[in-house]
Every structure is written in structure tokens, then in C-alpha cells.
Ligand binder design. Structure first.
Ligand code: NDP
Length: 277
């Protein structure tokens, strides 16, 4: 066993702290990547309608023979599908592509504030949860102001907020809001997409000190902060490497050195201004 810890969401559902992301993996390559991940020991998979690879994920899950209750599947509602009825239809389409009868976590992909539909969309999410078609509902890329509106209008606190988060962009404010409201923070692009961060001298030095790779040091930093992480790789050796995180520990001083890397650098859009459909 890989020893992946779980976090308990605010509705009691348990979620692996480490999962596997498939953003930008073409559908026809996704089955192989997810199969490698399942073989390595991952049980949580993070996809989205807009990635166009839910079918590839579903095929790998079906072929694996792993019991459904040992898997944790997340997908996301795309921006152009927000609104009550559209959300319910988009959810049906996602389930069909995944070949599942429920998902474990369904997320509103972006708030798209200009569209101003996320409160109505959230009502559809509450219905999906009440109907037992999703085990937990959450959001992605929500800033505290968006979260506050959701909580005030519905009384239902999102279980998860999946945000861009890595040592260059540590999201102190959003993480504090999440923690204060029992929302689990999940880090997307936990490796900052693998480039500059993994070749940063501080990361390389810590990797050398611990006899680990730069990616393992960064992922271990996330785990010690309590973040849920979903690193993506299509490379089998890296898929395994990103899971080998449970037999070493960073010291407080190491965490402090990584905290110094904050520079506010995003690899993706700013949620306050991203309104693409
Ligand atoms: P990551 O930070 O996970 O980085 C992925 C990149 O890093 C790939 O190019 C991969 O290369 C490389 N890489 C992975 N492991 C290693 C390693 N051990 N050593 C060196 N390089 C490595 O970026 P993502 O943007 O993919 O984020 C992860 C997941 O988060 C996504 O797949 C998706 O599920 C989710 N996400 C959610 C978003 C949202 O808006 N909610 C937005 C963006 C992502 P290779 O594959 O070639 O091995």
C-alpha cells in the first residue's frame, strides 16, 4: 500500500490527500495515464468536462477492476454550462462519459463573476447532492468574496475549494478563509506546471539534502501544510515518483525556506477576471 492519508470533508466524506490530475492530457492518452496511476496506487482522479477526457478516465476506471467505493472521482462543471438547468444536463453528460452512476466530488470550475450565475448553479449542485448523485460538492478558483456569497445565500458550505497553489503562489488569504470555514483547500498545478519551480536553487538544494527529487520536495511541502494535491504526469516514472512522499519529512526550517519563494506568480488565469465560456 502507498499510505496515502485521507482528509475528512465537512460532510464526513473522506478524500485522499493525494490524487492524479489529467489537465491537457488528450482523451486517447488519458486511459494509459490513469491506468499507470491506478497501478502505482493512486485512487483519486481529477478531471473536468472541459478537459475532454472524461471518457478516457472512465475507460481506465472500468478496466482497472478496482471496486467503485475504493475510487474517488472528481469532475468539474464548465463555465458555459452554469445556470440551474444547464448544470443538471451537463452533469448527466459528464456521468455518461465517465460511465459512472455518481461522482465523489463535483466542482464549479470557475466563478466567472461577470456571468453572475454561480449562486443559481450552486442550487443545482445542492440538488445533485440531495439526490445522491454526488457525494460532495465544492468549487474551484473561488476567492473569499465568492465563497462568502455562496455560503450566505445557501447556507451550504462548499466541501472543497480547488485553487492554483504552489510555493510561488501560496494563497495565504484564500487558505485562511477556507480553513476558517472548514473548506478543504486543494492545490491545482501543485508543481507550478513543473518548470521554473523545480529548477529553483532552493528547491534543488532541499532535494539534495533529503536525497529526493525537486518534485517530491514541493509535493511534501503541500502535504505538510495540509493541502490536497493532484499532480499531473503522463510519464510513468514520474507518476510513481510523485507518490513516494510518505517516508520522509521536511523540517520547519525547510518549510520556512520554501515559504520565502512566494512571488505571486500565477501559471493560470486570475479568478476575478476570468470569464471565458
Ligand atoms: P502540475 O503542477 O501538476 O505539473 C504538471 C507538469 O509537471 C507536467 O508537465 C509534468 O510533465 C511535469 N511533472 C510532473 N511530475 C514531475 C516530476 N516528478 N518531475 C518533473 N516534472 C514533473 O500542473 P497541472 O496544471 O497539470 O495541475 C495538476 C492538476 O490540477 C491538473 O492536471 C488538473 O487536474 C488540475 N487543474 C485544475 C485547474 C482548475 O482550474 N481547477 C487548472 C489547472 C489544473 P509530464 O506530464 O510530461 O511528465
Amino acid at each position: 500500500m502507498t499510505g496515502i492519508p485521507e482528509v475528512t470533508l465537512n460532510n464526513g466524506v473522506r478524500m485522499p490527500q493525494l490524487g492524479f490530475g489529467v489537465f491537457q492530457v488528450p482523451n486517447e492518452e488519458t486511459t494509459a495515464a490513469v491506468t499507470s496511476a491506478l497501478e502505482a496506487g493512486y485512487r483519486s482522479i481529477d478531471t473536468a468536462a472541459v478537459y475532454g477526457n472524461e471518457a478516457g478516465v472512465g475507460k481506465a476506471l472500468a478496466q482497472s477492476g478496482i471496486p467503485r467505493d475504493e475510487l474517488f472521482v472528481t469532475t468539474k462543471l464548465w463555465n458555459g454550462e452554469q445556470g440551474y438547468d444547464r448544470t443538471l444536463r451537463a452533469f448527466d453528460a459528464s456521468l455518461e462519459k465517465l460511465g459512472l452512476d455518481h461522482v465523489d466530488l463535483y466542482l464549479i470550475h470557475w466563478p466567472t463573476p461577470e456571468r453572475d450565475l454561480y449562486l443559481e448553479t450552486w442550487q443545482a449542485f445542492e440538488k445533485l447532492a440531495a439526490d445522491g448523485r454526488v457525494r460532495a460538492i465544492g468549487v474551484s478558483n473561488f476567492q473569499p468574496a465568492h465563497l462568502r456569497k455562496v455560503i450566505d445565500s445557501s447556507g451550504t458550505v462548499p466541501a472543497v475549494n480547488q485553487i492554483e497553489l504552489h510555493p510561488f503562489l501560496q494563497q495565504a488569504e484564500v487558505r485562511a478563509f477556507d480553513a476558517g470555514h472548514k473548506i478543504v483547500t486543494e492545490a491545482w498545478s501543485p508543481l507550478a506546471k513543473g518548470g521554473e519551480l523545480l529548477s529553483h536553487p532552493t528547491v534543488r538544494e532541499l532535494a539534495e539534502q533529503h536525497g529526493r527529487t525537486p518534485a517530491q520536495v514541493v509535493l511534501r511541502w503541500h502535504l505538510q501544510l495540509g493541502n490536497v494535491i493532484i499532480p499531473k504526469s503522463v510519464t510513468p516514472a514520474r507518476i510513481r515518483e510523485n507518490l513516494a512522499l510518505f517516508d520522509f519529512e521536511l523540517a520547519e526550517a525547510d518549510l520556512a525556506r520554501l515559504a520565502e519563494l512566494e512571488n505571486g506568480q500565477r501559471t493560470g488565469p486570475d479568478p476575478d477576471t476570468f470569464n471565458a465560456a
